[in-house]
Ligand binder design. Sequence first.
Ligand SMILES: [Zn+2]
Length: 468
Amino acid sequence: MKNADLFLNETDYPDFPAEAAVARLSGALTFPTVSYVDTGRVDYGAFERMQAYLRKSYPHVAARGVWETIGHSLLITLPGDDPSLEPALFMAHQDVVPVVPGTEGNWLHGPFSGDVSGGYIWGRGAMDIKQMLVGELESAEYLLARGASFRRTVYLAFGEDEETCSTGAMAIVKALKERGVRLAFVLDEGAGDVVDAADWGAPGEMTCAVGLYEKGYGDLRLRVRSTGGHSSNPFRGTSLGRLSDAISAIVHNLPAPRLSDSVRRSLRVLAPLMTEEPMKTWAQDPDAHEAELLGWFLGRESLYHLVQTTAAPTMISGGAPAGNVMPQDMEAIINFRLIPGDTPESVLAHCRALVGEGVELDWAQQIAASTPSDIDAWGFKALTRVLRHYFDRLVFIPAQNRGATDARQYEPLSRCVMRFGPFLEEEDVSAEGVHGTNERISVRAWLQGVRVLLRLMEETCVKDDNPA
Ligand SMILES: [Zn+2]
């Protein structure tokens, strides 16, 4: 089944200026706002020109909003009438990844052409993530142009370097913190894969993940020292042997798996839809069947990473230059992805206990898992309610976000930080396009995603059905 077959209520907002909106997205795609870790290579003029273009393209947002540039990041404040309500913040990032040198000729339409052709809008950023940035501006502009006023303050926050260092998001968060801002919810890009729930015991049910946290990341460095020598005398082994033993001990004795709150909530949502045993029975009472459920999850490629900190040995160096020479100092890296609850400190202690003396361990780099958002938060309920309105048959489940995004920076400001881009492009198109060649989005998927953003903004910030 195609994702587009799931679209519903595409006739909402019949006066939405679809053609002009497509043209505005197309225009935004022509600015080469490429970010690089080496900021000396960044063309900040492109960012400035795009910001001027956006300001001109959205006159009501320009007139009613406070536009601040923080570095080259953009924070637009649309003040609400009721200052007692916590603001909502809609995110995206202005930057895009570079086009791989030498592949320019493989693009059917130039990466910065913004061409509209064959039902698609083409260009770098069409899927990651100018379609969301422009969609959020379209939503605010539509509402304001029709005389709506926000009861709840709306922030639009567009970082400049999500693809590299997230310094833009950090600077925006710092500014908001200094103003004492607390946010009712944050919406950023992320998740959105449509997956058959067969592995959950509910074949034929289509699920879609809403990211509520990110796993932690760590490169664990293992070092073994040795003076080497002739390999005819390997008494007490070699550095390579000891390093191999240590790697093996770690990957075969990972920290204990756990059913997180987010997995439990997914089980609760899917339980009534499960038709297959044993999941049908187990999901009724996860506490009584925790061990069985963990075994089930660990045995499935689509699920194991939800309940387990993973470890992937990725690098090794220092082997001997010849077969009859014992290696001297050696080093390896194991890459970890940490579930919430496993901290860099606890994982390091766990690994130390496994490898014993003679193997030095430390983190070459590490960042803890992000703080899972509250699955009972009003923002999550509001988003899933809107999503159900527009995507018939999809079951939305709280989940971890695979990548790292700017959203993590906002966690101190809100208990509801959601990663979900509502642009359900067909899988082959998005797989090819995101960070790849021929990035594009279909006009139909884009407009449906914009309806989600518009309705969410309208329901939460104009009508406002929440007391706090
Ligand atoms: Zn992105």
